[in-house]
Design a protein around this ligand. Sequence first.
Ligand code: HEM
Length: 467
Amino acid sequence: MALITTGVLLQVLAFLVIFIGATCSYLTHVAYDYWNSKGIVQSKPMTPFGSLWPVFSSQKSIDRGMYYNEEYDPMSAHLFLIGGTKWRNLRIKFTPTFTSGKMKQMFSTVKDTADNLGKCLAEEVQKNGLIEIRDLVARFSTDVIASVAFGIECNSLQNPMAEFRTWGRKVLEPRPVKNTLFALCPAVLKFFNATMTDKGASDFFIKAFKDTVEYRTANNVVRKDFLDLIMQLMNKGYINPDESKGDVFASESREKITILEGAAQAFVFWIAGFETSSTTVTHCTYEMALNQEIQDKLANEINTVLERFGGLTYESINEMPYLHKVVSETLRKYPSVPLLNRECNREVELLDTGFVVPTGTPIIVPVLGIHFDPDIYPDPDKFDPERFSEENIAKRHKYAYLPFGEGPRNCIGMRFGLLQTKIGLITLFSKYRFKPGPDTKVPLPVDKGNILHGPLGGVTFKVEERY
Ligand code: HEM
């Protein structure tokens, strides 16, 4: 009996050795050599992880996940993750949400929150002249989006432990292995009905959304914000165009969305909106602290325009071209989404290679790599807003700058993201001068365990009143 068991064990062992050897050989010489064998330069793979060892080990982060599960994880069925006809229909329905007319209507909410940011900043500066900017501006954008997407005044600027902010931290906690699996094997995860969103966060946001919808419906409350537009899609299936502002009907479909579909879109506006805008403000402040001349020029433009308009108005922001250049250069050096992913939907021949990319091939666009290509942006580490003068923009390829992506799946919230980023910066630089803090590092260490491109930990500056 013992002899048989040993014999069987040896055979199983031999089988395993041959199986693992054959699998490794297939991975190394076939699967992971795919692009190389077609004459396309690829990064050096490492069996069994391919090119993903740095991602599994948290040395690098991956781009957005491609998995969602509407039934078991309703908050994952949002514009950013869904695909196909469902995405197309929702995208068309939501397009009128982000017109300039609608942005103008939401301006006062952002401005009121920026006034709170100004008050908090003044209190903090009084204490010891040092400000940890990252959390402060994350609380600012949390308050903005909680208000416009969920209709909730969560006031995390005054109360840093407000529930919305706490769940925001939770949702964006680094989880490199889970994100990699979500991106690479959606079919397997679907089979096991895995969930992408933290259960506590999902319950919290669904309840917050439902409560406000019920309250507004019962009390006939109408506010000019994203939530109101989402409710129009739930109640009528389309958004009223604001014809006086040039909006048009984007959708022929009158199909209503469900309350869970509505909650998932409020959730994605919140996730996609608060961290991207707040890290952009943080990165911009960092560059301003290191480049005092640029900071002075920016503060000068802001204050001249504010004086001309008698304060901050929606129109005044369009009269600040230097601010636009500074924000553009910030997003070149620090694109919040460092990689874009697509699936090839028709055969395309790659220039100069003769290689035809087959339909269905997943493609990753290395935004950060393009933004630091010295052939496109000479001396790429230098912070130079003049790269975004009209003349210099005209010299570059249209797709050499991709902070908001490109094509039909580009960032739907770009206008709003820029609006709240700029209002945040105007609030900071109109009154204060930022200088490097005692621990400011050059270059800024990056948090490699996160989906979004952001700094590692907090970023503290020395802050002085300007006037
Ligand atoms: C500075 C701020 C922001 C940056 C840098 C940014 C960047 C991006 C990028 C790079 C993408 C992927 C585009 C692509 O694959 O081509 C994206 C998608 C998206 N963004 Fe933003 N975003 C910002 C603010 C916002 C805001 C404020 C909202 C909503 C209120 C928003 C909502 C979305 C949504 C829903 C998508 C998915 C669109 C789709 O797949 O149809 N974003 N964003």
